[in-house]
Structure formats: structure tokens, C-alpha cells
Ligand binder design. Structure first.
Ligand code: ADP
Ligand code: MG
Length: 415
């Protein structure tokens, strides 16, 4: 049968049909032939009675959905379907479609709505249970017959994506581990700056406590003064505590979160990590944020990490080049409503033209003590957030990095 020629098929259409069936039977995609005419008849009557909002109708008549699961029947399945459901043979799957909806009962309603509305296809990511009870993640696709085609057969394909989802989850974990490792090394680079940040409030606490003691040691202790100093001590302790908390959340290994975030706020927090370095290097930071910005979705700590990395690079570029002009410009903008962009421009020497295409490569560095993972990790974090990062040189000199993140609620490309 496999070696029927086209001519033979032309002479004998039945042979063509057989060959087609053999092909379908061996195709690697699990496939179901379904006879949904019984429901088609009911739909026709409902339409004649003037029904248009079938979704609400099915909400009010769950019994019709249940009935459909019993009167719509599978008429044929291929080998891949048998093996996906771990059936002994096809006869176990040739029965009413109820079993296809066992793990996602609600989907039947959505499939019926699509059918009633005369749609050509319906696709949903769903769960399905094999005959021995294992639940799998699948893409469930239904193709409805439309006139003037053969009105008898609805096709269902079910593609198992459990492994793909597992691989994706594994990759996400790996990315998070990588980001974490890079954060720890970034904090290493910032150790002196962080130590200095903590030292300031601690020094203030010591001075204020000593002054308090002196006021108390007087013949007539000045309690009002002591009260005022104690308030300052508490505020300084709080400040030191905040710094330690920020460092701790940077150090911590955590599952990346997907929260609605204000990027301007993320930047404020990131700035705490580099403030001392900016001051020590006498670098002026200019900040320009465009009004109220829409939220982006992501992981607060990872996005802080991106900002800190970019700022550290700019600080190093200015410092290493001993640039006479010492300035970093930070800008946050809403980009046409579907993205929020952050641009970081510095007054350093810029990026050598021949390096522009490789600054995001892992382990690419032009610094003696550089690791070359800062920008690689920035790119991986931004990509994980559905965004984009670009490196360029500003026409007036200095490097410029631009990060664009999709606004919350946008469909992400590539999904
Ligand atoms: N603001 C900048 N100005 C000039 N060159 C930069 C800037 N940011 C990054 N680069 C270049 O990109 C390289 C890679 O940066 P990065 O991945 O952060 O690694 P590292 O900072 O450890 O070198 C740097 O070594 C430098 O050559
Ligand atoms: Mg770096």
C-alpha cells in the first residue's frame, strides 16, 4: 500500500484515501477524528430560536455541556494518540469525548462556544489525564469542519508539552542561579562602598550617644536634649538596618518574582548601592524621569541588579579614563505606551567600535580585574523580562545603554 503511485491513486480514489489514512495513522502528532454532528444539530436549533450569546447560555445550562461530552464521539485515533494516552489499543479511545476533558472539564464549554460561533479552530493550553491517571500539560487544538467541506469530522490534536515546560522551568532556575551568582560577585565589587554606607549611620550613633551621655552627666541633666539625640540615634539605626536589608535581599537566592513594579522606584533603590562610589569619584548623577510611568512586571532584585551593573560600568569607565567631565545621566521614559525605557549615558570614553557587538558576551572584558559577566547577566535578566537591552556610543561621546521593558499587561513577544 505504501508504494502506490499517483497514477494508481488517480485511477482508484479509494486507494488514495487509504494512503492518506496510513499517513495520518503514522503521523507523530496525536490525532482524534470526532463526530460532533449531534451537538451541531442542537446548535442549529438554538440558532433558529435566536440564541447569540452561547457562552452565557452554556454557563446557565451546564447539563448541555455534560450531554455533549457523551454524545460527541471519537470515531478514529492514530497511533500517537494511543501512545500518548497509554491505551492498549485504539478501541480504548474510540468512545465519547468525555475522557479528553477529564483534567480540564471547563474547556469543553470553550470548545463548544468556538464551534457555535463558527470558528475554524480552537486552541488552548490545558491539562489532560492519561488512562492510567497521569496528568500532563498539553496544547489542545480543535479544527471544526466548515462548509462546503465534509461536515462529519472534527479533528482534535493534542501536543504534549510537559517536557518542554519542564525544560523551560529548568532553564529559568538556571538563569536565576546565574543571576544570583553574578549578584554576589557584584556585591563583592561594591563591598567598600557598602561598608562605607553602613559606617556613616554607625558613626552618627556613636557621636550622638556620647553627647547624650554628656548631657546626662550634668548636674542638671538636659532631658529634652537627650530625647532629641535619642530620636536621631533611632533614625540612624534604622538607616543602617535598611542598608543591611537591601544587601541581604541582593545576597539572597530566591525564586524570581513577577510583580508590577515602578521602574523609577527600582532605580532609587539601586542608587543606594553606588552612592558612595559616585561621591568618592566626584561623579554627578543627573536624573530625568518622565512624569508618571506605567508599571512593568518583574523581579525587583534582578532589575535593581541590572541598574547597579550599568551604573558600576559607567563609574568605572569615567574613573579608569580619568575623564575631566564626570557625569552620568539616567532617564526613564514611557516609550509609546507599550514599554518603559531606561537609558544610562556617561561621560566616559565610550565603547571601542570593534567591541560594540561583543560587550554582552559572557566573559568579555577590557578591564584588568574585570569578570565580563555584568552585561551578559543584564541581557539575560532583561530578556527573561521580555525586554531588550542595547549598547551604543552617544554622538557627543560616552557610552549609552538603553533598556526597554514591556509595560504590565502587554502580551509578551516570543511566548
Ligand atoms: N559604560 C561603559 N563605557 C565603556 N565601556 C563599557 C561600558 N560598559 C561596559 N563597557 C565595556 O563592556 C565590557 C563588559 O562589561 P561587563 O560585562 O560589565 O564586564 P566587566 O565590567 O567585568 O568588564 C567592559 O569590560 C567594557 O569594555
Ligand atoms: Mg561590569
Amino acid at each position: 500500500m505504501d508504494d502506490l503511485t499517483d497514477r494508481q491513486i488517480a485511477e482508484d480514489p479509494q486507494a488514495g484515501e487509504d494512503r492518506f489514512r496510513i499517513l495520518i495513522h503514522h503521523t507523530p502528532t496525536p490525532l482524534w477524528y470526532v463526530d460532533a454532528r449531534a451537538v451541531g444539530d442542537i446548535f442549529m436549533r438554538l440558532r433558529e430560536e435566536g440564541l447569540s450569546d452561547v457562552a452565557s447560555y452554556l454557563d446557565d445550562h451546564p447539563d448541555l455541556v455534560e450531554l455533549a461530552k457523551d454524545i460527541v464521539v471519537v470515531t478514529e485515533v492514530n497511533r500517537a494518540a494511543v501512545s500518548l494516552f497509554r491505551a492498549a489499543d485504539s478501541s480504548e479511545l474510540i468512545r465519547p469525548v468525555r475522557y479528553l476533558f477529564a483534567a480540564t472539564p471547563d474547556m469543553a464549554k470553550r470548545v463548544m462556544t468556538a464551534h457555535f460561533e463558527g470558528r475554524r479552530n480552537y486552541v488552548e493550553q490545558a491539562k489532560m489525564a492519561t488512562l492510567d491517571g497521569e496528568v500532563r500539560d498539553v496544547i489542545f487544538s480543535v479544527t471544526f469542519p466548515t462548509p462546503p467541506e465534509d461536515l462529519d469530522t472534527t479533528f482534535i490534536t493534542i501536543e504534549c508539552i510537559t517536557e518542554r515546560l519542564q525544560t523551560e522551568a529548568q532553564l529559568r532556575r538556571l538563569q536565576a542561579d546565574f543571576a544570583h551568582a553574578a549578584r554576589v560577585s557584584m556585591l563583592g565589587e561594591l563591598a567598600a562602598s557598602i561598608a562605607h554606607e553602613v559606617k556613616q549611620p554607625l558613626a552618627a550613633i556613636v557621636t550622638n550617644a556620647e553627647t547624650s551621655l554628656r548631657w546626662l552627666a550634668r548636674e542638671e541633666p538636659n532631658l529634652a536634649k537627650v530625647g532629641e539625640l535619642t530620636t536621631r540615634i533611632a533614625a540612624s539605626a534604622q538607616r543602617a538596618n535598611d542598608i543591611i536589608q537591601r544587601v541581604r535581599s541582593m545576597m539572597a537566592k530566591h525564586e524570581p518574582q513577577h510583580l508590577a513594579l515602578d521602574l523609577a522606584e527600582v532605580i532609587d533603590e539601586a542608587l543606594h548601592f553606588v552612592r558612595h562610589d559616585l561621591e568618592a569619584q566626584r561623579i554627578t548623577l543627573l536624573r530625568a524621569d518622565a512624569g508618571v510611568l506605567p508599571a512593568v512586571v518583574g523581579d525587583r532584585v534582578q532589575l535593581q541588579q541590572v541598574v547597579v551593573n550599568l551604573l558600576v560600568n559607567s563609574i568605572q569607565a569615567i574613573g579608569n579614563a580619568d575623564a575631566p567631565e564626570r557625569r552620568i545621566e539616567l532617564r526613564v521614559d514611557a516609550d509609546g505606551g507599550d514599554a518603559v525605557t531606561l537609558s544610562v549615558r556617561d561621560s566616559g570614553p565610550g565603547i571601542a567600535e570593534e567591541n560594540l557587538h561583543q560587550v554582552f558576551d559572557g566573559f568579555f572584558t577590557t578591564k584588568d580585574t574585570g569578570m565580563g559577566i555584568g552585561l551578559a547577566i543584564c541581557q539575560s535578566i532583561v530578556a527573561e523580562h521580555g525586554g531588550q537591552i542595547l549598547a551604543a556610543n552617544h554622538p557627543d561621546g560616552g557610552a549609552m545603554f538603553r533598556v526597554a521593558l514591556p509595560v504590565a499587561g502587554q502580551p509578551q513577544s516570543g511566548d
